[in-house]
Design a protein around this ligand. Structure first.
Ligand SMILES: Cc1cc2nc3c(=O)[nH]c(=O)nc-3n(C[C@H](O)[C@H](O)[C@H](O)COP(=O)(O)O)c2cc1C
Length: 241
């Protein structure tokens, strides 16, 4: 089984997204999945120019000469796509949006009706694979992921992919400092790993495992207080400079 994962945080391995993504991918490698992890920050992926050349002039091929050319065969071959992104202004990060916009050559321009809904016909060689979202955000509540979930589900319906769920880490900014302080958060990392194992061996991640990844780190009021203290300290330090 081939897994193609994208870390779409500009902070790459130093970010909070990676804290969940890393054990998740490790969990997939355990039972033998062949996992390739790519960082959008290291890739040159220009924005889509909206010309539709990839549909009507050079079918299946974008005119832009960048890293997407190397990615198209990998995208075709992979059984599972993992998109890992922080929440940016209630959506996916800009590099991730560029990446998925540039995936339209995987489809054909023709319309067809799938489940009574207008969709594009998929291009030959396209696999009806699975998609998983890994995300974290700065705000406390789970509903901050609603726009991303709606987007990923729609992306999968349009692209004939199977959305297999999400590992979501609300108030994700608190996870790293808590780990550094030795707080008991290992269950979250273990659950992310277990989710990877489950996805490869059972085809899906259990609701319980996903819930553990998202579990509360601290009460809402405390999080607001701790975050504001941190912001104030940073601003006070500026004044002292
Ligand atoms: C430009 C920008 C926009 C953001 N927008 C949101 C947002 O809409 N909702 C939210 O909860 N957090 C938001 N955040 C916070 C990030 O999701 C949070 O810092 C996350 O932990 C970053 O993950 P990373 O360390 O992997 O990059 C935003 C951060 C940035 C830099």
């Amino acid at each position: 089984m081939k897994v193609l994962a994208f870390n779409c945080s500009p902070k790459m391995d130093k970010g909070s997204t990676a804290l969940i993504l890393t054990p998740f991918l490790e969990g997939m490698r355990g039972p033998g999945a062949e996992v390739e992890l790519l960082y959008t920050k290291k890739l040159k992926i220009n924005p889509c120019q909206g010309c539709f050349n990839c549909w009507l002039k050079t079918p299946g091929k974008c005119f832009q000469d960048d890293d997407m050319n190397m990615l198209y065969p990998k995208l075709h071959e992979a059984d599972i796509w993992v998109f890992a992104t922080p929440v940016y202004v209630d959506g996916v990060s800009g590099p991730m949006k560029n990446l998925i916009d540039r995936m339209i050559p995987l489809l054909q321009p023709f319309f067809e009706l799938r489940d009574g809904h207008c969709r594009h016909v998929v291009r030959q060689g396209h696999k009806y694979g699975k998609v998983v979202l890994v995300s974290n955000c700065g705000f406390w509540e789970m509903d901050n992921f609603d726009p991303l979930l709606a987007h990923m589900k729609a992306f999968c319906r349009n692209g004939a992919k199977e959305f297999r769920g999400a590992l979501l880490r609300p108030h994700g900014e608190a996870l790293r400092p808590m780990m550094e302080m030795g707080a008991p958060v290992n269950d979250i990392l273990e659950a992310a790993k277990e989710a990877g194992r489950q996805l490869v061996t059972e085809g899906e991640m259990s609701a319980e495992t996903q819930a553990t990844v998202s579990r509360e780190l601290m009460p809402l009021e405390m999080y607001v207080q701790v975050a504001n203290q941190g912001f104030q300290q940073a601003l006070d330090a500026l004044e002292k400079k």
